[in-house]
Design a protein around this ligand. Structure first.
Ligand code: ISE
Length: 320
């Protein structure tokens, strides 16, 4: 491994473009040497300004001599094959969620990582690096509020692409709440139920948006999630813990709101997840680069997230 980690960025849509931009500017110790996307044009748009090579074939890019580690932000359906290729090549990988699109394949990827004997996968659960989530976890773990009884999670996107159906909402959006719930409560999710709501006019046919999701944690603590990805308003992600001796709420956008205009109280809401979680994405990337320098991965891994909803021991009940 060279002193500077040479990174391959796979799938350069919004998220990977953000990461590719962060590596030279806001993260120490890495540079992007190879870029790949199903659209060669998009790959060149990202690669050319930073003098990276464009390699269309993901397997060739992962195996390339000038690649030490890989950032995967391709569509979820491509993750399984690409992450497995990283494992076989012995290269640390930061894979955007979902790790794979099915619980069984995610479990298989995790098993392969264990078989090979080296932690190489970090999953893009960036909320763990957000200062508010980290402070809330500390508050809960420190016992200041007493035992947590409920988490109330609001997860609203202003808009999503047409293909973002109800399954996508669970895999791409609610997956963050699964990770956050486990991160904040420090325990596993034992049961999941989903109630489908009435879509707003203009939503694609057959989509259930909003939905209410209920997790029951092993201790009996309840986690309610409102997932609504076509609000037309702003990016709103809030989490409130209600515990035995008090409650605490994060995600009020206090960093950007709070000003008085002509006697009214108001401000701007966060427009999107990159604006809301920019600091968390960068800190996540720094941790990944630091670990990749040592040829390993740390942070949220293949064993986190909804993989645990199904599978071997202690398989949760599914309802709804
Ligand atoms: C997106 O992919 C993300 O990861 C965001 O954090 C989430 O809020 C959004 O719903 C997803 O589409």
């Amino acid at each position: 491994m060279t002193a500077e980690v040479r990174v391959d960025g796979l799938g350069v849509g919004t998220m990977c473009s953000f990461h590719v931009d962060s590596l030279p500017r806001r993260v120490r110790g890495a540079r992007v040497t190879v870029v790949g996307d199903f659209s060669d044009e998009q790959a060149h748009r990202v690669a050319d300004p930073i003098e990276a090579r464009v390699v269309g074939d993901p397997a060739a890019a992962i195996g390339a001599d000038d690649v030490d580690a890989v950032v995967i932000a391709s569509p979820g359906s491509a993750h399984e094959e690409q992450v497995l290729a990283c494992l076989e090549a012995g290269k640390p990988v930061l894979c955007e969620k979902p790790l794979t699109t099915e619980a069984a394949t995610a479990a298989a990827v995790h098993r392969r990582e264990i078989e090979l004997g080296r932690r190489l996968i970090q999953v893009g659960f960036m909320r763990r690096f957000d200062h508010e989530y980290a402070a809330l976890r500390e508050m809960i773990a420190g016992g200041a509020l007493g035992a947590p009884l409920m988490l109330h999670c609001t997860h609203r996107n202003p808009a999503v692409p047409e293909f973002f159906d109800s399954e996508y909402m669970i895999r791409d959006s609610v997956v963050h709440e699964a990770d956050s719930a486990r991160f904040l409560l420090g325990e596993e999710i034992a049961a999941v139920s989903v109630v489908r709501g009435r879509p707003p006019s203009g939503a694609p046919a057959g989509v259930s948006d909003p939905m209410l999701v209920l997790f029951e944690a092993e201790s009996g603590a309840l986690v309610t999630i409102e997932i609504f990805v076509r609000t037309g308003i702003a990016y709103e992600v809030r989490t409130e813990v209600v515990a035995e001796r008090g409650s605490a709420l994060i995600g009020l956008d206090q960093n950007v709101v709070t000003k008085r205009v002509g006697g009214t109280w108001g401000g701007t809401s966060t427009p999107d997840f990159v604006a809301r979680f920019g600091q968390a994405y960068d800190d996540q990337m720094q941790l990944w680069v630091d670990a990749a320098t040592r040829g390993i991965a740390t942070g949220g891994g293949a064993g986190d997230g909804p993989r645990r909803w199904e599978g071997a021991a202690g398989a949760p009940r599914r309802r709804g």
